[in-house]
Design a protein around this ligand. Structure first.
Ligand code: SF4
Length: 345
């Protein structure tokens, strides 16, 4: 069986290439084609001799993702569906903010998800498998190329907030970040990368020990354990107290302000009493709160808060000195909520 060449580190590739009777520097050339030039076809690696390319084809394959379909919203948000080598579907989203020249790609880290958050379309799917680092990397490369073509600008920011929980695919998520930030890869600043998690305290502690300094966002969505456990079962094992300890450590290690993502659900978590509870949670270390308008999902009982209620909620936080932004839902006219497009057909 052929090996997926992109699962090899540079050192491993050097060993494999030496075993094929080729000079060691050839491995660096191949590695550059694979990552820096995002090449997915051995035939196109034109500075390698033809016989060497044939050897590579004989022993290796490149399991890249394939573009399947996309939907463009009136607000220029684009939802992509990609097909993996084994036929599974995943999604990515491009969220352009033209005036700020900010082009953010939201990438998936797993096929489906095991965490069953009650408001999420992906949560209605089973977790099939983790994505490998190349499959995450490919989403960035392909969406960036399309953004360049359509909007004249490649992507500037990455958020791991698509299908799946990135910290439950820890090793591959981090390896993809290493490749994206490496000079041998896309050379992006880690400051432009955000890992968004529902909150796995043990893994946040582990992240604190890494040399990579990405931004961290917590999908909070409720400021007390009772409500949070109702919509996010993971809260039973990772309650707010344990998450606060982990996030505080992350802040102290990185000095990076943590973001709280807070989807406002009508008559569930959008009252001033809820805002008060959130204020208390925000007092432990510097945070930024992003209040997000809900993008309704089929078969979900939670609905979006009224605009004026969201504004009142946000004003209350601001009055209490908390940095807070309201994010209007993007891509309302397409299947932009996480998991909606991959779930189709
Ligand atoms: S919100 Fe994230 S963690 Fe929760 S079910 Fe959806 S994809 Fe999984």
């Amino acid at each position: 069986m052929k090996k997926d060449i992109r699962l090899l580190s540079l050192a491993e590739l050097q060993t494999e290439i030496a075993a094929l009777g080729e000079k060691a520097f050839r491995a660096k050339q191949v590695y550059e084609w694979l990552w820096k030039k995002s090449c997915t076809d051995f035939n196109l690696m034109t500075n390698l001799s033809l016989p060497f390319r044939e050897k590579l084809k004989l022993h290796f394959e490149i399991n890249s993702i394939q573009f399947d379909k996309h939907q463009v919203s009136n607000d220029d948000t684009i939802k992509y569906r990609f097909t993996l080598q084994d036929g599974h579907k995943i999604e990515s989203v491009l969220i352009p903010v033209h005036k700020d020249k900010r082009y953010t790609v939201c990438v998936s880290s797993q096929v489906g998800c095991s965490l069953s958050c009650k408001f999420c379309a992906t949560g209605q799917m089973e977790r099939m498998r983790n994505l490998d680092p190349g499959e995450i990397y490919d989403q960035v490369v392909k969406v960036s190329a399309h953004s360049e073509e359509l909007y004249g600008h490649g992507i500037t920011n990455i958020v791991y907030m698509g299908m799946g929980e990135p910290l439950l695919n820890y090793k591959n998520t981090l390896q993809s970040v290493r490749l994206i930030t490496s000079d041998k890869g896309l050379a992006m600043s880690p400051r432009r990368i955000t890992i968004s998690t529902v909150g796995i305290a043990k893994m946040i502690h582990k992240l604190c020990t890494e040399d990579i300094k990405v931004n961290l966002a917590l999908s909070l969505h409720a400021a007390d354990d009772e409500k949070r456990s109702e919509i996010m079962p993971i809260n039973h094992q990772n309650d707010l107290a344990s998450l606060m300890v982990a996030l505080k450590e992350f802040f102290e290690k990185t000095n990076n302000r943590i973001s709280y993502e807070y989807i406002a659900f009508k008559d569930f978590n959008d009252s001033i009493k809820d805002a008060e509870k959130l204020v208390k949670l925000c007092s432990q270390f510097p945070v930024r709160v992003n209040i997000i308008e809900y993008n309704p999902v089929e078969n979900v009982t939670y609905t979006k808060s009224a605009e004026d209620q969201i504004n009142k909620f946000a004003q209350h936080l601001t009055k209490k000195g908390i940095i807070c932004t309201v994010r209007r839902s993007r891509g309302k006219d397409i299947d932009a909520a996480c998991g909606q497009l991959a779930n189709k057909g």
